[in-house]
Write a protein that binds this ligand. Structure first.
Ligand SMILES: C[S@@+](CC[C@H](N)C(=O)[O-])C[C@H]1O[C@@H](n2cnc3c(N)ncnc32)[C@H](O)[C@@H]1O
Length: 203
């Protein structure tokens, strides 16, 4: 899949254009406040960065983690012209191995199926979230079985963007196990989910 993203990097933003309203919904669900720190996990070309920077402002911090150098190079270009004053760190590494430092108030997983279905990757991110941190995950999912035309689209989109179709029936399953009360909103006729919840307070 890394090889595919290396090829897709130059046309990725154009391909994602129809999904932008979902990105805005996801950023909104993070409930970010000025001065907070947010992780953009699998940040790709950094399409979420302007919205995240605007939400946390000049006192805030945004950390993007991305394994694909070509995708991250575009994120770096985006940050270079950003005028929000937010401190942005971009880490080129797999989430599982990323040298994350300190604590974050929120984490966004926007169309990162391979990451939200990987227990090791999720554990690494959760280790750096404060109690009460907001978490939002979005991505493809199977629509109800009768919606076969929608699922034909999910199938073709997934073949182009995820390593395995496994988990598409409930991609938020691992998150739900660690974030009690995780809310899952289906959008796009059930072909896409927006899941949001909060890290529980320490006992
Ligand atoms: C569909 S793109 C989404 C990019 C971005 N979140 C967005 O909103 O446009 C999925 C991204 O996750 C990255 N990715 C997948 N697995 C990863 C991992 N284990 N560590 C870091 N990045 C990963 C891919 O390289 C790709 O850039």
């Amino acid at each position: 899949m890394l090889a595919l993203y290396r090829q897709r990097a130059s046309r990725y933003d154009m391909e994602l254009a129809p999904f932008e309203p979902i990105r805005r919904q996801a950023i909104d669900r993070l409930n970010l406040r000025p001065g907070q720190t947010v992780l953009d996990v699998g940040c790709g070309t950094g399409l979420s960065l302007p919205g995240l920077c605007q939400a946390v402002g000049p006192q805030g911090r945004v950390v993007g983690v991305e394994q694909c150098p070509e995708m991250l190079a575009q994120a770096r270009e985006r940050v270079a012209v950003d005028r929000s004053g937010t401190a942005v760190e971009l880490v080129c590494a797999s989430v599982q191995q990323a040298p994350l430092v300190g604590w974050a108030d929120a984490a966004m997983f926007h169309f990162t199926h391979d990451i939200v279905c990987d227990p090791q990757a999720l554990a690494q991110v959760l280790r750096h979230l404060r109690p009460g941190a907001h978490v939002v995950a979005t991505g493809l999912q199977w629509a109800p079985a009768w919606a076969w035309a929608t699922n034909a689209w999910v199938w073709s989109a997934a073949l182009y963007s995820v390593s395995s179709l496994r988990g598409l029936e409930a991609p938020w399953r691992l998150l739900a196990a660690v974030l009690p009360g995780l809310r899952v909103e289906p959008v796009w006729q059930g072909a896409v989910y927006v899941a949001h919840g909060q890290v529980p307070d320490a006992p």
